[in-house]
Design a protein around this ligand. Structure first.
Ligand SMILES: Cc1ncc(COP(=O)(O)O)c(C=O)c1O
Length: 295
């Protein structure tokens, strides 16, 4: 039966109101957990294998046991998707180290807590895709393991709040004079027809959408460089894009109030946006995740 508020907790699908976790859960006390957000189109989870690989990597980085095999994750995820009334969803999952008396050091032999919920997918509205969005910038004051998709998100939350208060969709981050990413997305720039984005290192989250954009650019002959990008280059860019599972690819047309390029989403953005939508449609038709090929 499909109910709007079915969630998954430790192996069971149950109504949201009945899902309860102890206040001693280390996710609540320490933010001691990792997570994923998987976009679901027409009930097909997009790039699920890649999300599960990144989850495995985050768990290993914080020395947590993966409670499920990939096949078990897939089964639980598909069951939760099926339990929702909406076809397009944003499936959130988190694994915490579990419930134990408060002590920073890892507890011995506790069961991880696994929670999943799947809400209606919220993509940028068509007018924002068409006209682009505003961003501001800030210094990246987060820790040095931004490659781990940790639930300890206070740094990202504080940085995102800056742009929320400025009426902007994102906060683009510089560590010193080097571009890292944004508070909840990766960043690409285009200058003289060449797309550039920072390489995947410990200062950015290895985005699943970032990978799709890189694969689409390469498969379609769009020049692309993964290398250090300076703040100066960002401010002089013809185009700036942010990418994430929910934003997909979104053009930034003002940065700190200054126009980016001619102040409209550029031709490279339009091409990439179209390639991304075509790829999504192909995946939905196939009913499963598949590799990028040239359009
Ligand atoms: C800090 C940060 N960078 C990048 C991303 C984009 O990752 P993905 O494309 O896997 O959604 C996210 C997504 O939530 C994020 O929080």
């Amino acid at each position: 039966m499909r109910s709007a508020t079915s969630v998954f907790l430790n192996g069971r699908i149950l109504p949201l109101g009945e899902a309860k976790v102890s206040v001693l859960d280390r996710g609540f006390i320490f933010g001691d957990g990792v997570y994923e957000l998987v976009p679901v189109y027409s009930r097909v989870p997009f790039r699920l294998d890649e999300h599960l690989v990144r989850l495995e990597r985050s768990l290993a980085a914080v020395a947590m046991r993966n409670p499920y095999t990939a096949a078990q994750w897939r089964r639980h995820i598909l069951a939760l998707i099926e339990a929702q009334p909406h076809a397009d969803q944003g499936l959130y999952l988190q694994v915490t180290r579990g419930v134990a008396p408060r002590d920073h050091a890892f507890p011995q032999s506790v069961e991880p807590t696994v929670f999943m919920m799947s809400n209606p997918l919220v993509n940028p509205p068509p007018a924002q895709v068409e006209h682009g969005a505003a961003a501001i910038s800030a210094q990246d004051h987060r820790w040095l393991r931004c490659d781990i998709k940790s639930t300890s998100l206070i740094g990202n939350v504080m940085l995102r709040q800056l742009s929320a208060e400025a009426g902007a969709v994102e906060t683009i981050l510089f560590r010193g004079t080097r571009l890292t990413e944004a508070s909840a997305s990766n960043v690409f720039i285009v200058r003289r027809g060449v797309i550039a984005s920072p390489p995947k290192d410990s200062l950015i989250l290895p985005g699943i959408t970032y990978d799709v954009v890189v694969e689409l650019a390469r498969a379609n002959g769009m020049p692309l460089e993964l290398r250090e990008v300076s703040e100066k280059e960002v401010r002089a860019a013809d185009e700036i894009w942010v990418t994430s599972s929910s934003k997909e690819v979104l053009a930034i047309v003002t940065l700190d109030g200054a126009q980016v390029g001619d102040g409209r989403p550029g031709p490279h953005f339009r091409r990439m946006y179209q390639l991304y939508q075509e790829f999504k449609r192909k995946v939905m038709r196939a009913g499963k995740t598949e590799a990028v090929s040239a359009a």
